[in-house]
Design a protein around this ligand. Structure first.
Ligand code: ATP
Ligand code: MG
Length: 429
C-alpha cells in the first residue's frame, strides 16, 4: 500500500530543525515583552464570513486561497489565512477593545491554498502584533520599531529594508478607486482577465498584479498620492519624523498597497534580497475601520504579521542561528541487567529533581553494554552513568564515563553520584 504523505505545501518540522524555530520564537517573545505586549490565542477555525468581511471579498486570499468547508452542522468555516481578523473578533467579543488601549501579540499557523514554492507554503507560521485604541503615528512608529528590534536581536538588521507608504483614509481611497476604475476601463484591452474583472470590484488590487503586461499598462495610471487628504499626509509625515528620530531607516514606496483591504494611512513591509522571489518577511499598517466593520464600536488599530518560515530560511542561509540553540543532552544512563531497572529509575528521578536544568536520558529496552554505550555516544551526551550489576547484591556503585572529553572514568557510590555529577558538569546549586 502506498504510504500516506503530508499535504503539499504543509511542512513537517523535524527535531533537527525545531531548535531554529525555538530560537526565533524566543527572540520574538523577548522583544514583545520588552514593549509590553501581551499574548492572545484564538482559534484556527472561524466563520468564513469573518475573513470575507475583514480581508475583503475581492482579494486573492478570499477569492482563491482559503480552506473553506461546511462542517457537520452546515456552518461554513475557514482555516484562518491570517491573524488580524481572529484577533479583532476575539478581543471585541470579550470586551477588550471599546474605550481601551491594548497591545497584543499572537503566533501560530495560518493556511492559504497557494502554489507551494520556497518561502511560500499552504500552512505557514506567523508572528503578529496588534495595538488597539491609539490613533496617533506614535503607535505606528512603535510597532515598526518593535519589528526593527527583532531584526537587531536576530542579527538581520543589515539584510532587511523597510518600505512604507501612505494609502490614505477609506474616504480618500474611495475617490481614488473611482479615478482608477475610469483609467482601467479605458485601458481594458491591455489588461489580463484578472485585472479586467477587478477594474470595478477592487481596482486597487490591479496595482498588485504580478503580470508585466498589466504593470506596463498601469504606467500613467492615476497615483494614489494625489488623492490622499491633508489629515493623512500630516499623520504620515509625523510617522516619518518619528522613525528618523529613532534611527529606523525607510524608503517610500508609492506602489505599496498590501493584499488586504482593511488597511489605511500608513502601510509597511520589510523585504530582503536574500530569499529570492519571496522577499517579504513582514507586513503591516493601520486598520482604523476594521473593528467597526466587524460589528464592534469604532476602535483604531495598527499591527503587523511576519512569516516565520521566511525568517528561519533567512537566518539559516546567512548562518545566523547560534550553535548553542540545539537541545543538549548532558547525561545518558546505561543500565546493564534487567534487575537494575528499579535502581535506574530511582537514581534518574533523584538526579532530575536535584538538577532540573540538565537533560538526562535513561536507556530503555535493555541490551548489551556495548550497544548501550553506542547509543550513549550518539546521543551527544557529555557523560554516561553506567549501572552494571556485578552480583545479585543491591547496587552500591555506579561508573561515570566521559563521552566527549577525555576525562577518566570514576566509580562512585550511588549516594554520591549527584555530588560527583555536579562537580564534573560544574553545576552550582
Ligand atoms: P506575499 O506578497 O509574499 O504573498 P502577503 O502580502 O500575502 O505576502 P501577508 O498576508 O501580509 O503576506 O502576511 C504577512 C507575512 O506572512 C508575509 O510577509 C510573509 O512573510 C508571510 N506569508 C504570507 N503568505 C505566506 C505563505 N503562503 N507561506 C509562507 N509565508 C507566508
Ligand atoms: Mg500572498
Amino acid at each position: 500500500m502506498a504510504k500516506l504523505q503530508a499535504i503539499r505545501g504543509m511542512n513537517d518540522i523535524l527535531p533537527d530543525q525545531t531548535p531554529n524555530w525555538q530560537y526565533v520564537e524566543k527572540c520574538f517573545q523577548a522583544v514583545v515583552r520588552r514593549y509590553g505586549y501581551r499574548e492572545i490565542r484564538f482559534p484556527i477555525l472561524e466563520q468564513t464570513q469573518l475573513f470575507k468581511r475583514s480581508i475583503g471579498e475581492v482579494t486573492d486570499i478570499v477569492e482563491k486561497e482559503m480552506y473553506s468547508f461546511d462542517d457537520r452542522n452546515g456552518d461554513n468555516l475557514s482555516l484562518r489565512p491570517e491573524g488580524t481578523a481572529g484577533c479583532v473578533r476575539a478581543a471585541d467579543q470579550h470586551g477588550l477593545l471599546f474605550n481601551q488601549q491594548q497591545r497584543l501579540w499572537y503566533q501560530g499557523p495560518m493556511f492559504r491554498h497557494e502554489r507551494p514554492q520556497k518561502g511560500r507554503y499552504r500552512q505557514f507560521q506567523q508572528f503578529g502584533v496588534e495595538a488597539f485604541g491609539m490613533a496617533g503615528p506614535d503607535i505606528d512608529a512603535e510597532v515598526i520599531q518593535l519589528s526593527a528590534s527583532l531584526w537587531q536581536d536576530l542579527g538581520l538588521e543589515n539584510y532587511l529594508t523597510l518600505e512604507i507608504n501612505n494609502i490614505g483614509t477609506a474616504e480618500d481611497r474611495k475617490r481614488y478607486a473611482a479615478a482608477l476604475t475610469a483609467f482601467l476601463v479605458f485601458h481594458a484591452e491591455e489588461l489580463d482577465d484578472d485585472a479586467r474583472n477587478r477594474s470595478h470590484s477592487n481596482p486597487m488590487r490591479v496595482l498588485d498584479s504580478k503580470n508585466p503586461d498589466v504593470q506596463e499598462a498601469l504606467k500613467g495610471a492615476p497615483a494614489l498620492v494625489d488623492y490622499v487628504s491633508d489629515e493623512s499626509v500630516i499623520h504620515y509625515s509625523e510617522l516619518k519624523s518619528l522613525l528618523t528620530q529613532v534611527g529606523v531607516e525607510f524608503t517610500e514606496s508609492p506602489r505599496l498597497v498590501r493584499g488586504l483591504d482593511y488597511y489605511n494611512n500608513c502601510v509597511f513591509e520589510w523585504t530582503t534580497d536574500s530569499l529570492g522571489a519571496q522577499g517579504t518577511v513582514c507586513g503591516g499598517g493601520r486598520y482604523d475601520g476594521l473593528v467597526e466593520q466587524l460589528g464592534g464600536k469604532p476602535t483604531v488599530a495598527a499591527g503587523f504579521a511576519m512569516g516565520v518560515e521566511r525568517l528561519v530560511l533567512m537566518l539559516d542561509s546567512l548562518g545566523k542561528i547560534p550553535e548553542a540553540t540545539a537541545q543538549v543532552i548532558d547525561v545518558y544512563m546505561v543500565v546493564v541487567g534487567g534487575q537494575l531497572a528499579g535502581s535506574a529509575v530511582l537514581l534518574a528521578k533523584q538526579l532530575r529533581q536535584r538538577f532540573p536544568e540538565i537533560g538526562l536520558i535513561t536507556h530503555c529496552g535493555g541490551g548489551k553494554y556495548s550497544n548501550q554505550m553506542k547509543r550513549a555516544f550518539n546521543s551527544g551526551a557529555r557523560l554516561a552513568i553506567v549501572l552494571e550489576a556485578e552480583s545479585e547484591q543491591p547496587l552500591e556503585t555506579v561508573k561515570i564515563r566521559h563521552l566527549i572529553d577525555s576525562g577518566d572514568s570514576v566509580s562512585v557510590e550511588i549516594a554520591n553520584c549527584g555530588d560527583k555529577l555536579a562537580e564534573i558538569l560544574g553545576i552550582s546549586e
